[in-house]
Design a protein around this ligand. Structure first.
Ligand SMILES: [Zn+2]
Length: 689
């Protein structure tokens, strides 16, 4: 099923009129008109209002809320309301609350508070969704279903333990297979009965928290199980909706680079992807771009929704920096540039009490429409209205894929004996940053994705190599492509057991190296690496900005590599392994397998990535212009839209590379002539065919 059909980029956000008397609704809708909001997300936390007791469902208030929104001409993204359960439910059925990592059974409180394995929760949450769908599923204003809210966390109760055991039976079939996968001969762990298996927690396998486990295999499987258990909750509700509402697309709001839930396991069950974009501060532009691309990659490049973002500040952090003038607009367009077809806020009106009363809102406590934040929101609304449906459904034409894998993320960060300082996201982001700086469109995809369409596949920290992945990466190189992987790759199989071969395991033939040993050091220890390429591409094809030889720093992790066919592109310059390879390139078929054996600094990572891009003649857009982000979307009609986003506080002027029309001003852009992008500015250029 496709994403919701809208006439333009959907604009609006989470709206909670149930917190307010009617005269405030009147004021709100006047302001929504001024901001050109066309979409409201309703009912995200309405369970206790709709079902005040076990046998009582009361839709009176929600009926009025829905009817008012529809009468005002808004499209509705309707939540099932199950992101927080009512107090009476926890009192009547204490097993619906969660048991935490330390083994404490929680009582009623907070939100996202339901045990995913609780039969009572599963039955009543599905029943609520069923009744919502029966009542509102045929309403013409309802264009999308929003199930639950920000699924996450974990539960360690007896019901989850039983669910885990059942999940394990289905996965392994026999205790013999399970014991082999978990390597239980170690530390007398051989299991003789399924009921002996405990969830890995502070009371069992863990000591310093969720990342410190005696048995990685058990902890990995529990994370997979917990992700699947919450997915089952989502699927319960989706199935209940589908009984009477077959045609309205369903989503839930993800959280981007969120570790506990494997969004790739969820993606097939969503009709469209959506996510909540709450960067920690105003330096997060590359991280946001990566997260947008990850979300776009969930549904094979299909456009996604930004379900939530703040117009101004967040509330949950120790420090909640304000978005400076122009930044909310810039970041909204960044989302669209990376594939969003909706830009929605949390929240439209600030709640009066509780922990989010100071969370940024389009309308503050005083109800004014003459604030800076409101004016900027309204300006953005006018721009979306002017753009109309131009970019809807447009795709990103990427020749580069970056592999992202929750299993590798989980495994590499819970493993003893490597380095607790090497963080999966940071390494992935360094490689993504190199691509972002180069102005190259990237698909961030799961390791199971088809790789046929890509010239370059970047696979940082590919710690776990599953299924036929190594073979598919070899095929990329064999047909002339380049694969780039790094230290700590090719170490373990799907069960987190080491390959009984040289490192990097099944990536050995492709990379043409063997890792003999490795060293991990604290953040202050530096081994300089000299990068020098004398290969077939050196010389005329190399862009002048790529220096043929540079010295960079490497930190944290240093693999000592013995070439087994690969040529050396970078060497360590210090310590007992000075002069040995730190970066290699292996000819494989018509292409190459690169191996970066050390934690290179950004300059080093970018140097490697640039050489690879250059080898394939991939167009770099303004690679030397700091703070200028570019992206391209190609519309269903075949129009190419270039986004230019200026993250600097002053104007940037560049030379246009193609003829086209700037879509805000309708002015002509001519190749070779200057184009100016104002501070925090955005240009959309529809390039001539
Ligand atoms: Zn539980």
């Amino acid at each position: 099923m496709s994403p919701p059909v809208t006439p333009k980029i959907a604009f609006g956000g989470d709206y909670n009129p149930e917190q307010w008397p009617d005269h405030v609704w009147d004021q709100d809708y006047r302001l929504f008109d001024a901001a050109r909001f066309d979409t409201v997300t309703l009912g995200v936390f309405d369970w206790a209002l709709i079902q005040p007791a076990l046998d009582v469902y009361d839709f009176t208030l929600l009926d009025r809320i829905v009817e008012r929104a529809a009468a005002e001409g808004r499209a509705i993204c309707l939540a099932t309301g199950t992101g927080a359960h009512p107090a009476w439910l926890a009192r009547a059925y204490p097993e619906v609350t969660r048991t935490d990592f330390e083994g404490r059974r929680h009582r009623f409180g907070q939100r996202h508070n339901s045990c995913p394995s609780s039969p009572v929760f599963r039955r009543l949450s599905a029943e609520l969704a069923r009744r919502m769908a029966r009542r509102y599923g045929g309403h013409p204003a309802v264009i999308a279903w929003h199930i639950g809210n920000e699924y996450g966390g974990a539960c360690y109760c007896e019901l989850c333990a039983a669910g885990f055991r059942q999940w394990l039976r289905e996965r392994y079939g026999s205790l013999e297979a399970l014991n082999a996968a978990w390597y239980t001969t170690f530390w007398a762990h051989t299991f003789g009965d399924w009921d002996e298996i405990e969830p890995p927690s502070a009371l069992t396998e863990h000591w310093r928290g969720p990342d410190h486990t005696a048995f990685q295999g058990i902890t990995l499987d529990y994370r997979r199980f917990m992700s699947d258990a919450m997915l089952a909750n989502f699927r319960d509700e989706k199935a209940a909706i589908r009984e009477t509402c077959p045609d309205v697309p369903v989503t839930t709001n993800f959280m981007g680079l969120y570790q506990p839930i494997d969004y790739h396991r969820w993606a097939p069950h969503l009709d469209f992807a959506s996510w909540d974009n709450y960067p920690p501060d105003d330096t997060a532009r590359v991280r946001m771009a990566l997260a947008h691309d990850l979300m776009r990659g969930l549904k094979d490049g299909q456009p996604f929704w930004v379900m939530e973002q703040t117009p101004s500040t967040t509330a949950s952090r120790d420090v909640n920096p304000l978005k400076r003038p122009g930044v909310m607009r810039l970041w909204s367009w960044q989302a669209v540039a990376h594939g969003a077809d909706a830009v929605l806020f949390f929240q439209l009106r600030a709640s009066r009490g509780a922990c989010e009363k100071y969370h940024g809102a389009v309308i503050g406590h005083a109800g004014r429409g003459d604030t800076r934040v409101f004016r900027e929101v309204a300006q953005l609304g006018a721009e979306f209205a002017r753009l109309g449906g131009t970019v809807l459904g447009a795709r990103t034409p990427a020749r580069v894929a970056l592999l992202f894998d929750w299993d590798s993320w989980w495994a590499v960060e819970m493993t003893d004996g490597l380095s607790r300082l090497v963080r999966y996201q940071q390494v992935v982001q360094a490689y993504y940053t190199a691509l972002w700086d180069a102005g190259v469109d990237v698909d961030v995809v799961p390791v199971t994705a088809g790789l046929d369409g890509y010239d370059v596949v970047v696979a940082p920290l590919l710690h776990m190599v599953k299924g036929d992945l190594a073979q598919r990466l070899e095929e990329v190189a064999a047909r002339g492509g380049s694969v780039v992987t790094t230290f700590l790759s090719g170490r373990v199989d799907e069960d987190d057991n080491a390959f009984l071969t040289d490192v990097p395991g099944p990536l050995g033939p492709l990379t043409g190296v063997r890792v003999d040993e490795w060293d991990a050091r604290g953040p202050d220890f530096v081994n300089p690496v000299r990068l020098r390429d004398t290969g077939p591409d050196s010389g005329s094809q190399i862009e002048p900005e790529i220096e043929p030889e540079i010295e960079v720093e490497s930190r944290l992790f240093f693999e000592i590599v013995i070439p087994a066919g690969a040529e050396t592109v970078g060497t360590y310059t210090a310590d007992f392994y000075a002069g040995t390879p730190a970066v290699t390139r292996n000819a494989f078929g018509a292409g190459h397998g690169w191996y970066v054996a050390a934690g290179l600094d950004q300059r080093g990572v970018s140097w490697v990535v640039r050489r690879v891009l250059d080898h394939h003649g991939i167009e770099l857009r303004y690679p030397d212009v700091q703070d200028l982000e570019t992206a391209v979307r190609v519309t269903p009609a075949g129009d190419r839209i270039l986004f230019l986003l200026n993250h600097r506080n002053e104007a940037i002027e560049v030379t246009a590379e193609r003829d086209g029309v700037e879509l805000f001003t309708k002015s002509r852009v001519r190749a070779g002539e200057p184009v100016k992008i104002e501070a925090c500015g955005v240009l959309l250029v529809q390039e001539d065919m």
